[in-house]
Design a protein around this ligand. Structure first.
Ligand SMILES: Nc1nc2c(ncn2[C@@H]2O[C@H](COP(=O)(O)OP(=O)(O)OP(=O)(O)O)[C@@H](O)[C@H]2O)c(=O)[nH]1
Length: 402
């Protein structure tokens, strides 16, 4: 059999959605509603309920038709192997006709889960990379208790930071001015944490169309929908090939001359953006210059190996110099990156490299500087230039006494 014919017989990858949110945020309630949507009639749901099934049970137990319950423990750590086993079993059962066809898999994680390791499992398993495609991360946030949860539980903050869709549940309980005011603050805060995610209310008549299909693949067309997936428009852009540009700060909404604007001083010294989630920042780097494939690999590897834990999510479309007509799609969650995909052509007229970063405790200037260095655009940065000019021993025109 030729490569081409075996490829053509390979089943299309099944879209996989991760549904997360803190304990009691309303995941199961939303899921029950979603599953009534005829568009999701052929979905399989993997549920990981913390502590609900003892370890002496089978690691996967088929319950209630298309529901599969994962064993006790947290999907992000103790049963990551079980998640792999459960997904492999699903594929085997489907391929062998032991279970019906399914069009989608939804994993509902326990509220205590860090969703990143679940994504790592999917992004680094060679067989799953062929059989599944990550469709998106839907995170539920309780409109009443969400602020306190974000404050006290770092995993909840991370669930919000890496989401493609943020769904606010329990908005029907906003029955006082105090609660409504707190809710407005919460929505602003969520937007600051993750401006690229669509913010929705569970109370609204939202269904599969609004919540799902948040991935790179557009089910309505044969082409990837990179623009919607990146949603770079939601962020201020930092043009790394320009010497200066005026941008709108993603944190405070003010315009700045980027070359002279020090975010670190600006937003912490003058603005109160709320809470310790200020350490989470999102930004978009753009560049009109194609990057050599080697430089691109080194840039991503350096970023990943040195700052992996700080990269909550990285998505990008990169122009490469070996074939500037075929951009590269990158997608990383912390230190794990999906194998990069080379597109056949640009998705629209914008031929610039665009990389969206959601990071924690990582300075945008650092990432920008690193990109410049690999793109061969290294420049003396401003603090160093100031240090030089303020140093009486630094060489200058006219000599030391000049
Ligand atoms: N008023 C109101 N109650 C809700 C809403 N969504 C969920 N609830 C209630 O909140 C409680 C928790 O909802 P679940 O759907 O079980 O939440 P969960 O995130 O699956 O909970 P865990 O699995 O324990 O993490 C239940 O009593 C729901 O009835 C909502 O939009 N409005």
């Amino acid at each position: 059999m030729t490569d081409a014919s075996s490829r053509s017989q390979r089943p299309a990858p099944v879209p996989l959605t991760i549904l997360t949110g803190f304990l009691g945020a309303g995941k199961t309630t939303l899921l029950n509603r979603l599953l009534r949507d005829p568009g999701l009639a052929r979905s399989v749901v993997l549920i990981n309920e913390f502590g609900e099934i003892g370890l002496d049970h089978l690691f996967v137990e088929k319950i209630d038709g298309d529901m599969v319950m994962l064993a006790s423990g947290c999907v992000c750590c103790t049963i990551r192997g079980d998640l792999v086993d459960a997904l492999e079993k699903l594929l085997r059962d489907r391929d062998n006709g032991r279970m019906g066809e399914f069009d989608r898999v939804i994993i509902e994680t326990t509220g205590l889960a860090d969703p990143a390791p679940v994504l790592h499992t999917l992004m680094s398993h060679p067989y799953f990379l062929m059989r599944f495609r990550l469709d998106g991360i839907v995170t539920l946030v309780d409109a009443v208790n969400g602020a306190a949860t974000l404050q006290n539980h770092p995993e909840a903050l991370k669930q919000a930071a890496i989401a493609d869709r943020l769904v606010l549940s329990k908005t029907d309980l906003l029955d006082s001015d105090e609660r409504r005011h707190a809710f407005e603050t919460l929505t602003r805060r969520l937007h600051n944490i993750n401006p690229t995610a669509r913010l929705l209310r569970a109370e609204d008549p939202i269904g599969a169309a609004e919540l799902l299909n948040a991935g790179l693949h557009d089910p309505d067309s044969a082409r990837p929908n990179v623009r919607a997936w990146l949603n770079a428009e939601a962020l201020a852009e930092t043009a790394v090939t320009d010497t200066a540009s005026t941008d709108t700060c993603a944190v405070c909404g003010e315009d700045h001359d980027h070359a002279h604007h020090d975010h670190a001083h600006h937003d912490h010294a003058h603005h109160d953006h709320g809470n310790h989630d200020e350490a989470i920042r999102s930004f978009c780097l753009t560049s009109a210059e194609p990057l050599s494939p080697n430089a691109c690999g080194l840039f991503l590897e350096m970023l990943r190996s040195a700052h992996g834990p700080n990269l909550l999510r990285v998505k990008g479309l990169i122009a490469l110099s070996d074939d500037a007509e075929r951009p590269l799609v990158i997608h990383g969650v912390q230190h794990v990156f999906h194998p990069p995909v080379r597109l056949d052509s640009w998705p629209d007229a914008d031929r610039r490299t665009r990389m969206v970063f959601i990071v924690k405790d990582l300075d945008e200037k650092f990432v920008e500087g690193l990109y410049r260095a690999f793109a061969g655009q290294a420049a003396v940065d401003r603090p160093d230039a100031t240090a030089l000019s303020a140093n009486p021993l630094a060489p200058r025109a006219g000599g030391l006494l000049g």
